[in-house]
Design a protein around this ligand. Sequence first.
Ligand SMILES: Cc1cc2nc3c(=O)[nH]c(=O)nc-3n(C[C@H](O)[C@H](O)[C@H](O)COP(=O)(O)OP(=O)(O)OC[C@H]3O[C@@H](n4cnc5c(N)ncnc54)[C@H](O)[C@@H]3O)c2cc1C
Length: 504
Amino acid sequence: MDCDVLIVGAGNAAFCAALAARERGASVLVLERAPKEESGGNTRFTAGAFRVAYDGVADLRALMPDLSEAEIANSDFGSYPEARYFDDMGRLTDYRCDPDLTEILIRRSKATLLWMRDKGVRFQPMFGRQAFKVDGKMKFWGGLAVEAWGGGPGLSEALFGAAERAGIDVRTGARATALVHDDDGVHGVRARIAGRTTEVRARAVVLACGGFEANPEWRARYLGPGWDLAKVRGTRFNTGDGIRMALEIGAAAAGNWSGCHAVGWERNAPEFGDLGVGDLFQKHSYPLGIMVNALGQRFLDEGADFRNYTYAKYGRIILEQPGQFAWQVFDAKAIPLLRDEYRIKQVTKVTADTLEDLVARLDGVDGAAALETIRAYNAAVRADAPFDPSVKDGRCTEGLAVPKSNWANTIDAPPFEAYAVTCGITFTFGGLRIDTEARVMDDDLVPIPGLYAAGELVGGLFYSNYPGGTGLMAGAVFGRIAGASAADQAVGPGAPAGGGGGAS
Ligand SMILES: Cc1cc2nc3c(=O)[nH]c(=O)nc-3n(C[C@H](O)[C@H](O)[C@H](O)COP(=O)(O)OP(=O)(O)OC[C@H]3O[C@@H](n4cnc5c(N)ncnc54)[C@H](O)[C@@H]3O)c2cc1C
């Protein structure tokens, strides 16, 4: 099984690394901890949304050659220039995001997706979740217009397929447990494969095996008390192995170790993600309604910004509520606009024709207080700005301790619906320190020879919050760089694209 470049993990970052190393002529072996049927990491659970900079429809057309004339005529894709991407990354992370890594992420986003397209990954516009119909046209909002064909499962299948075509050897049920390391650097991993502990030698190793979101002990240790109680939105296999292995040989930690991406998630969802349900346990239409906690009170501004700029930090706020839950409340005006995930059968939902009946059915909630909250909210809604979900419409409340800044409609048209949510953790923000070539740095900030990293286990990009669609984009950009850097070390720079054999 020895190879030039060994990749740990089989998600988006791992396969981008594997494909980049392979096209430079390296023999590549991928070790995936999960069994085949659960393989593919968090990547497989995603919507496949990629936050890519684009200047207009011509850029999108290059990426999605299937885009038809009718789709173009009936859509307002707008643009998402690099400057706005920089603003979003800075604004959402309180300007803590690493400037060099952020610059690479943004400036290489478009070229990286074109490269993935050439490897066989197809993309499509996110009509379903990122566009509202305005004046007869589908109007995109929030800087997010592109998703992989078939969402996360489609992306994962395309990447496995591309790896197979490229002659990359993928072993599932193969858990890396330690790095083989001496004074000259990293020379492979120790791994448990089919129940046996084996040493796999490699000239370079790329760690792309996720964060520690599925490790309750590390969650409580690093994110803080209560985080052991969060539900895991994705794979159960991301328990921080890659981070631990690298720290054990002196790698530097980086980024927001007490921070993570967490959202409102079905209250009675299982402990880990369910591939049959995918991301549909999430409940992301809260900007169209209000949320109340066990005390019957609102506790955040549901309309502070577009959904994809607030959802990743609101899971933490839900976790902080008594009993770690909340109910999202909507009326008949909002119900037709709710996202697809509200219509699955695995929801904790109540309906009623009066607000009195509705609040009485909100399990665990002080109903009288909830009714008072809804009445006060209704009285505070300013009706002078027209409602428009495709822009920040400024239709807000006035005089409430907890305001709603946009999309504030009264909740008064029956039938009423409410959905119970808790906190679902997506991925952790803290991880390993890398340089601009995706080399893992040691505590003295010197690269560790032979060790590279990409994806969720890299720290330094996200702090406190996160713009939706950036995880896959960052994994792809830095995965590609990590694979190329690893191949350059293993077989020398400038090796012929596509040359060499598979893992031997
Ligand atoms: C429900 C959900 C929806 C999401 N939607 C989006 C979205 O639409 N857009 C977006 O940008 N991001 C989204 N994300 C975030 C996104 O999943 C991640 O940013 C991205 O997929 C991470 O890719 P990765 O390759 O770093 O990790 P993963 O895809 O998680 O891959 C890690 C891999 O490492 C393997 N592994 C772990 N430990 C070991 C070990 N010791 N040895 C070998 N293998 C190991 C795992 O089995 C897994 O295959 C979503 C996440 C979830 C959970």
